[in-house]
Design a binder for this molecule. Sequence first.
Ligand SMILES: C[S@@+](CC[C@H](N)C(=O)[O-])C[C@H]1O[C@@H](n2cnc3c(N)ncnc32)[C@H](O)[C@@H]1O
Length: 462
Amino acid sequence: MLRNLSLKSTRQFSGVRCQSTLPSLTNLNASWNTLSTEEKQAVYTGIVERQKLNWNELSLEEKRAAYFISFGSHGPRKALVEEGGNTKVFVGVVASLAATAALYFGIRSFAAPPPQTMSKEWQEASTEYMREQNSNPISGVSSEGYKDGTPSGFTQTGHLAHFNLKPEFNTYKHLIGQVILDKNQNIDTVVNKLDTIDNQFRVFPMELLAGAPNYIVTTKESDSVFTFDFSKVYWNSRLSTEHSRIINLFKPFQVVADVMAGVGPFAIPSGRNSTRFLANDLNPDSFHWLKHNIKQNKVDSFVRPSNLDGREFIKSAHKSLKSNPFPETTPILTQKQQKELKRSVTQFPTHPPQDYIDHYVMNLPATAIEFLDAFKPTYTEIQQQNKHNQQALSLTRPMVHVHCFSKAEDKQLATAEICERATNALDHPITPDIDDYNLHHVRSVAPNKEMYCLSFRIPQFV
Ligand SMILES: C[S@@+](CC[C@H](N)C(=O)[O-])C[C@H]1O[C@@H](n2cnc3c(N)ncnc32)[C@H](O)[C@@H]1O
C-alpha cells in the first residue's frame, strides 16, 4: 500500500511539474524569490511528498530542490545582508556621520563665543588680583605655598599615607581617605597633616582620615630599615637623595657627629658602611627610635646615640670621645665577605681607635646655622691644645655640613645671605673662598623657600 501511495505521489508531483503554469525546479534557489506564495507552497508540498519515497527515485533536480527547501537561504535563513550589502552599509554610515558633523558645525557656527571669564588669562589675572588684595591669607590664595588645584597625590611611608589637604576639601577629607584605603592594598592608615611644622622637633600635627590609628611605620632608605612613630618624630622621604649625597662624603672608619640625627637616616646607613657615628637628637621619641634602628640594623658598634640639645652636644662630643674613643674596629662585612674571610688565612685589616670628629652634620634647616656659635669656643680650645702637635687635619678643623632655608631669588643672592648668617653665628668670616667651601641646593620647599646645605672646614681660629 505504501508503495502504491508513493507512486501516486510521484505521479502527482510529476503532474504538477508538467503543467506549464507550475514552476520549474531547475535552479530553484535563483528563481525562488520570483515565485508567488501559491507557487512556493506547491513546490514545497510537492517536494515534501517526493521525499517520502525512496530517495533513489528522486531526480538530481528534486534532490537539489529538497536541499534548498530545507536548508537554503530563504525565509528566516535568508542572509541579513545580501551580496553587495556591506558596501551599502559602509556608504550609509559614512553619509550619516558626514550629515551629523555638518549639523554640529552648522549649529556651532551660530553659537555665541565662550564667556571671557572662562579664559586662562582671565583666571590667572583674577588670581593675581586676589593676591594683590591679600584675599584669604591664612589657607587660601594669598597663603604661603598656595597651589591651585585639587589634591593630586599623597606620600606613603610604610603602611601610612599622608596628605596635606587644603581646608576647602574638609567636607570630603574622610571620603578621600577611605578611597585611598580601598584602592591601595598596602595602605592601612591615612592621615592629613594639619599645619606647616613650626614646633621644635619638626613634627606634623595630624588627624586620622581613614583606617587604623597605627602610626608606628617601618620603611626602607639607603638599604637600611627604619621603624618609628610617624606622629612623634620627623621623617621626610623627599630627603633621601640628600641623605645619600651626604653619606657618600664619609669614608669607612671616619667619625661623624650628627647634631640633629632624627631617627638615623644619616647615621644608620653610614654605620652599615663602617663609618663611626655619634648620633644626637633632642626629641626623646627620636632618641627612642634611633636606638631601636641601631639594634634593628645591627650597627651598635658603629653608631652611638645621645639625647642632648645640639649646642651642648657640639661642646661635649669631642670630650666624651676623648674619654671613650671608638675602639679598634673591623669593618661590617657582608655575608659573602664573611665566608671569604673564614676561608682565607689572612686577617681582615682592623682600623685603629679614633677620638676626634671628621664631620659634623646639622639638618635642622630652620635654625641650624644659629648653632654654629658653639663651634668657635669648642675648636678654639682644641686648636690651642694641639698647637704644637702634627695631627690629622680633622682633629682641629673638621668639616661642617649645615642645612638651611633661604628666601633669596637665586643662588648668588642665597650665597651672600647664607654666608652672612654663618659669619654672624660663627663669629668668623665664612665666604666661598674658605677651605672646602660648598653651597649645595637641596630642594625647593615652597615658592620663595629653598633648602641649601652649606659645607665648609672649621677655620683656623688660633
Ligand atoms: C629636620 S629634622 C632632621 C632629622 C634627620 N637628620 C633627617 O635628616 O631626617 C631636625 C631634627 O632636629 C631635632 N632637633 C630640634 N631641635 C633640636 C635641638 N635643639 N638639639 C638637637 N636636636 C634638635 C628634631 O627633633 C629633629 O629630629
